[in-house]
Design a protein around this ligand. Structure first.
Ligand code: HEM
Length: 342
């Protein structure tokens, strides 16, 4: 009897594994070529327009690919709004503080629905949009062909987001475990963390850094952050010191003045900042505390072109994280914020 149930369990496991693999392998580059020709251009046009108006939207999209795909796979579960039926979806989780670009995705979905009703999933739109944002923010250095054919998920729970996504207070062991659970290596974790070259964070996301010792954060930078964070209950601060306002830098870290840039840019500057102890989050600094991770921080500081390529590959890998197999019936949502039966 024991044997039989063990065999049955093994068969179920194999069937599930095959189902997951099949799901992932069904993704195809050019998936909508026949059913919705030109859809990728439509997405790109809207993303480019949005970034022209506000470049910060680019960072928001790059973050969304991570926050969607790490929880239940890339199924647009992060886009679902609270409803009476489901009052606490993923986007209400503390770890999802500051997520943005939802309005842009609504706008894109609506344009795509006008063109091809009921055909293109929000999950695919999110991947296309994040891919395009990465590309536009890096002048095309970050790029990949995005396979598509995902379905939108029907479930979204804050508790799952809180469980599956890394917190900025994590130590290096917790970070490694967190990425390992999704089959990402230490190297890939370091590569993906380079996304913190762009965008912003709330002071509450790095409060403990304001009193961290000088081995962990450059005192002048700590002073800059403390000044900014004193300006309100929970202000936002730019992730990359190079995007700071020159006056603030002149007053606090003048040695960084020549490194300021005119435009926010997705490049390997995160690794240079990290080695100089000028990064916002504890999780960023933690990468220097473990031999392999630290080695990769040096590697990508030294080779920006390699980072562009490896970051593109890692985003592509993220985009292939499959929908959870159990109970994961999918659909093409009409609106990205609500399941169709709502
Ligand atoms: C290694 C673990 C990671 C941790 C602990 C972490 C944590 C955070 C935190 C706390 C914020 C600021 C949220 C806020 O206060 O508003 C943030 C912002 C951001 N994260 Fe991460 N993150 C991680 C990895 C990643 C990855 C893998 C990506 C993408 C590939 C990413 C992309 C971003 C971007 C682009 C922003 C700026 C968003 C914006 O400006 O709207 N992060 N992250």
């Amino acid at each position: 009897m024991m044997m039989r149930s063990a065999v049955a369990a093994a068969v179920v496991a194999v069937v599930l594994a095959v189902a997951v693999a099949a799901e992932a392998s069904e993704l195809k580059v050019g998936y909508y070529d026949k059913s919705c020709p030109g859809v990728e251009n439509v997405v790109k046009w809207h993303v480019a327009k949005a970034l022209k108006a506000n470049r910060k939207t680019g960072a928001a999209l790059v973050r969304l690919i991570f926050h969607d795909c790490f929880v239940r796979g890339c199924d647009a579960s992060v886009l679902l709004d609270p409803t009476p039926e489901n009052p606490a979806p993923e986007k209400t989780a503390p770890v999802n503080i500051g997520l943005a670009a939802f309005e842009l995705l609504d706008e894109i979905k609506s344009a795509v629905e006008d063109r091809c009703p009921g055909t293109v999933s929000c999950a695919d739109i999110l991947i296309y949009a994040a891919r395009d944002a990465g590309s536009l923010m890096s002048n095309g250095n970050v790029h990949f062909d995005a396979p598509a054919g995902r379905l939108d998920g029907m479930h979204s729970h804050a508790a799952e987001a809180q469980h599956d996504l890394p917190d900025s207070t994590f130590n290096i062991g917790e970070l490694i475990q967190n990425f390992k659970r999704k089959n990402f290596t230490i190297e890939e974790m370091v590569i993906l963390s380079g996304a913190h070259a762009i965008g912003v964070g709330h002071c509450s996301s790095f409060r403990a850094r304001l009193t961290a010792p000088k081995e962990q954060i450059l005192p002048a930078y700590r002073g800059l952050l403390a000044g900014k964070c004193g300006a309100g209950p929970d202000p936002i601060v730019t992730n990359n010191i190079r995007d700071e306002d020159p006056k603030a830098i002149a007053a606090t870290v003048p040695s960084f003045l020549p490194k300021l840039r005119k435009i926010e840019f997705l490049d390997n500057s995160y690794y240079h900042n990290n080695l100089a102890r000028i990064v916002t989050f504890n999780s960023d600094w933690q990468l220097l505390t473990e031999k392999e991770a630290r080695g990769h921080v040096h590697e990508y500081a030294d080779n920006g072109t390699l980072w562009d390529e490896d970051f593109s590959d890692s985003l592509l890998k993220l985009s292939k994280l499959p929908l959870l197999p159990h109970g994961s019936k999918g659909e093409i949502r009409k609106k990205c914020r609500y399941v169709n039966h709502y």
